[in-house]
Design a binder for this molecule. Structure first.
Ligand code: PLP
Length: 459
């Protein structure tokens, strides 16, 4: 018979997990103000809060930690990383930062001013936060198919060219400093953007004199989808595809905590010298000197190695295969999820799951809390709480989709863990009609409120 798929790695270090009781979890959840961010990690059995900085580093990455050069300026770890970045992305300028939002802070300080608009595909929460903090506006131009969770589309992260051109026509060029292409598109379900779309968006940007920039946190997963779903790329390597993707843009911000499989780190890459020079000033002010950017030398080395491992096909096949495995199990149990599954996460459609809970009572948050109480599995709400309030009217913004994201850390959990997660959701699905009440807000921060919000049960 044909041999089944198996992961191309084995475990060398294990970390024990605590299996709590439902009574314990009820108390912990109440104490945490029904906000999953407020739980202690020991209170979580399987942690699918995020795939950010939660991956397992390889023995080669750990050896880079020992080899780290901690010189303030010009460390060998920096040049090791710079070489890898040049080879992978073919972009002349590079700035290290301590994580992805720091890269956004530095680049946007150089490019965005009050009153600007920044089109893109479902901007990530910190990206939008950094745009709105500068009194500029993010305009979502994702294709409508992204909102139809049960319809298959191979590239639901794509940008709608008509929507984008409408923005380019409506606002003068001086008001549109950049267009952000998020690969893969986290907020719409870890959905990829096709090479064709990247090319078309890039041409449109060039026609109107706007800088196309990647939010590149999951660039390698995006490349895997291009290879497996876009015919012309079947026989190209992941690294060839990556190089072509980046040939269409003028720069990128990167959260290395995702596809570079490190626990902390980020960077900016740029094609234009003058933008690089402007950004360099902010990098020194906010992050650190140009050859460390808020990271230790050892972090730079582990990042260089992680970028190489993260762009290997065998690794990506196992990683994205595990996400698809969880999606398939859930689909077998009839649990409504964003189809097809994305690169890093499965997104459960909470509106369909809990029709008896109103959007004013936060459907996705309610489902995420119920999942934790049922099983000790921690997911995250991608819904009204995360969408925040309209900065002008202070009204809740109700997004089209109410999702619970189950983000899978890289190289951390086994498929037995995935079976456990799927069974927990199947149990909830069976008694979904008994869940009728959601939550109300007790206290919240003025921006990025979901991280610290406190809630109480209604009824
Ligand atoms: C995680 C992420 C960021 C922010 O990166 P951090 O390292 O968490 O600061 C930005 N954009 C996307 C798409 C992300 O997934």
């Amino acid at each position: 018979m044909e041999l089944p798929f198996a992961e191309p790695w084995k475990m060398k270090v294990v970390e024990p997990l605590y299996r709590s009781s439902r009574e314990q979890r009820e108390q912990w959840m109440k104490d945490a103000g029904y906000n999953l961010f407020n739980l202690r990690s020991e209170q979580v059995f399987i942690d699918l809060l995020t795939d950010s900085g939660t991956g397992a580093m390889s023995q080669y990455q750990w050896s880079e930690i020992m080899l780290g050069d901690e010189s303030y300026a010009g460390s060998s770890s920096f040049f090791k990383l710079e070489n890898v970045i040049h080879d992978l992305f073919d972009m002349p300028y590079f700035l290290p930062t301590h994580q992805g939002r720091a890269a956004e802070n530095v680049l946007f300080s150089a490019l965005i001013k009050e009153g600007d608009v920044v089109p893109g595909n479902s901007h990530f929460d910190t990206t939008k936060g950094h745009i709105e903090y500068r009194r500029a506006r993010a305009i979502d131009c994702t294709i409508d198919e992204a909102c139809h969770t049960d319809e298959y589309h191979p590239f639901k992260g794509n940008i709608d060219l008509q929507k984008l051109e409408d923005v380019f026509k409506k606002y003068p060029k001086e008001k549109i400093p950049l267009c952000i292409i998020t690969i893969t598109c986290n907020t719409s379900g870890g959905q990829p953007v096709s090479m064709q779309n990247i090319g078309e968006v890039s041409s449109l940007c060039r026609k109107y004199g706007v800088l196309p920039i990647f939010d590149a946190a999951r660039f390698a997963e995006n490349a895997y989808f291009i290879k497996t779903r876009e015919k012309e790329y079947t026989n190209k390597t992941i690294r060839e595809i990556v190089k072509e993707m980046f040939s269409f843009v003028d720069g990128a911000t990167m959260s290395s905590k995702k596809d570079a499989i490190v626990n902390i780190g980020g960077f900016i890459i740029l094609r234009d010298k003058s933008v690089f020079q402007k950004a360099s000033v902010f990098n020194i002010m906010y992050e650190g000197y140009l050859t460390y950017g808020g990271l230790a030398g050892r972090d730079l080395g582990a990042l260089a190695q992680g970028l190489m491992e993260g762009t290997e096909f065998n690794y990506l096949e196992a990683r994205i295969g595990q996400v698809a495995y969880l999606g398939k199990k859930l689909t077998e149990y009839n649990v409504p999820i964003q189809q097809p599954t994305g690169g890093h996460a499965v997104f459960v459609n909470a509106k369909e799951f809990l029709p008896n809970v109103t959007k004013e009572e936060y459907q996705a948050q309610t489902l995420a809390v119920e999942l934790y109480l049922e099983s000790g599995v921690r997911g995250v709400e991608i819904g009204t709480l995360m969408a925040d309030r309209n900065p002008v009217t202070r009204e809740n913004r109700y997004p089209t989709l109410e999702l619970v994201r189950l983000a899978i850390p890289r190289r951390v959990y086994t498929n037995n863990h995935m079976d456990y997660v799927a069974a927990a959701l199947a149990n909830l699905w069976q008694r979904r009609n008994e869940i009728k009440k959601g939550f109300r807000i007790v206290s919240e921060a003025p921006i990025l409120r979901h991280f610290t919000i406190k809630l109480e049960r209604i009824g």
